[in-house]
Design a protein around this ligand. Structure first.
Ligand SMILES: CC(C)(COP(=O)(O)OP(=O)(O)OC[C@H]1O[C@@H](n2cnc3c(N)ncnc32)[C@H](O)[C@@H]1OP(=O)(O)O)[C@@H](O)C(=O)NCCC(=O)NCCS
Length: 111
């Protein structure tokens, strides 16, 4: 890798109530195809979640993905995220509404 970028990450705030403490972070990660299946995705999810939980006072870091995205689902589980449920027709993409699966890592699970 030698300093070369291997992908990208993003994170946005998701409000769950009227007060500021009820914010969660929703993260998204892409690993460039030639760097996949080497554990980078799992490591990146874990490191970003730890960073967000230690540098802000939010309680939850979340990620949502397609039910038909086994690599992302595996990477999230390997990073310590727990699958919580499904979101029906949550994402508009390629001319249709798509279901999503929601995962989270909460502060108390960090140990
Ligand atoms: C999802 C993504 C980030 C994973 O990155 P990665 O560096 O390959 O992740 P890891 O190497 O940590 O883990 C990949 C896991 O998926 C598994 N996997 C890979 N391809 C698979 C497939 N076709 N079917 C089932 N499992 C698969 C690997 O075996 C591994 O699981 P394991 O370690 O338990 O065996 C990467 O594939 C990606 O960028 N995809 C496109 C963007 C995307 O979908 N991002 C998610 C936001 S919705």
């Amino acid at each position: 890798m030698d300093g070369e970028g291997v992908g990208s990450m993003s994170y946005i705030r998701i409000p769950y109530g009227p007060n500021r403490r009820s914010l969660a972070w929703r993260i998204g990660i892409t690993v460039l195809p030639k760097h996949r299946r080497r554990g980078i995705g799992a490591k990146a999810h874990r490191l970003l979640a730890e960073q967000l939980l230690t540098q802000s006072d939010v309680h939850r870091v979340e990620a949502d993905t397609d039910p038909e995205n086994p690599p992302e689902r595996r990477a999230l589980v390997n990073a310590g995220f727990v699958q919580e449920g499904g979101l029906k027709g949550a994402q508009w993409r390629n001319g249709a509404w798509h279901d999503r699966v929601l995962f989270a890592l909460t502060r108390d699970a960090l140990g």
